[in-house]
Write a protein that binds this ligand. Structure first.
Ligand code: PXL
Length: 275
């Protein structure tokens, strides 16, 4: 069985980060090992959330794993807290990377042209370093613009996204994918670039007019799970994009929809069957 390590916070209530990655990757058939970087009472869209940083646990936990000779088929990082944590994670990449390990980085730090409140430009630089050491990176447009020093645009064409991807490629990852890319009215999806071959890949599905917390984590977790099933990154992105859009639709049509996250629990059986 494939073994995935996912490193991100655990928001006890809120359906994001580890509370999505663990069930989704497990449901897709891989053993999911977690390294919680912080424990929050809820995600940061709630008011008055509590947060306990767990940075001091990273070294002892990973030292124990090292003594057990553990290796991972994939290491997937999502929302992290601090620059120091990113340095620790770079060490994890070095220590637990086998020849075929897929390092998947979702540099969660910004959206809609703005950094999330906890972060600054030093954090952006550090995330660019983390991306440089990855095989696959999946920033949104804001994150890619911040890491490459390009302007963030709300209105754009395919050439702007290609330039963002090319510059992301210069940071160093083999596969660069930008999420939340809308190349036609009423559509949204992803555009990817493989550095070695120079190939671009575009996938667009119908835009669902709602934005929910945790959908980026749902997309990334589904991608990682599909890649562990042996799928090519393009197929993994397509399935993950369809699954995320479908889950938003199902959530919108549910009578008791939660405002803080999507009902991925209802759609997981479909994800398992998607091809
Ligand atoms: O979904 C990304 C995410 C994960 N974890 C926490 C967050 C967010 C997004 O804001 O606040 C704590």
């Amino acid at each position: 069985m494939k073994r995935v390590l996912t490193v991100q916070d655990i928001s006890c209530l809120g359906k994001c980060s580890l509370t999505i990655a663990l069930p989704v990757i497990s449901a897709l058939g891989a053993e999911t090992v977690i390294l919680p970087t912080a424990v929050l009472s809820t995600h940061t869209m709630f008011k008055n959330f509590t947060c306990k940083d767990l940075s001091d646990q990273i070294a002892p936990i990973t030292a124990h794993w090292k003594s057990e000779g553990v290796k991972f088929d994939a290491i997937y990082t999502g929302y992290l807290g601090t620059i120091e944590q990113i340095d620790m994670i770079k060490a994890i990449f070095r220590d637990f990377r086998g020849e075929d390990t897929v390092i998947f980085v979702d540099p969660v730090m910004a959206d809609n042209g703005k950094l999330y409140p906890a972060f600054d430009m030093d954090y952006v630089k550090k995330n660019a370093e983390l991306c440089a050491g990855a095989d696959i990176v999946v920033p949104n447009i804001t994150e890619a613009a911040l890491m490459t020093g390009m302007d963030y645009r709300e209105e754009y064409g395919v050439d702007y996204i290609k330039e963002l991807l090319r510059r992301m490629g210069e940071l160093g990852a083999r596969v660069n994918v930008i999420t939340g890319v809308s190349l036609e009215k009423g559509k949204t999806g992803v555009m990817g670039f493989e550095r070695g071959s120079g190939d671009y890949y575009v996938y667009q599905n119908d835009r669902v007019n709602a934005s929910y917390h945790g959908t980026g984590d749902l997309f990334s977790s589904a991608c990682v799970g599909e890649i562990m099933k042996g799928r090519d990154w393009r197929d993994a992105m397509r399935i993950a994009a369809d699954y995320t859009a479908h889950t938003i639709e199902v959530t919108l049509s549910s009578a008791d929809k939660p405002w803080y996250g999507v009902d991925f629990e209802a759609t997981l059986p479909e994800l398992i069957e998607m091809k």
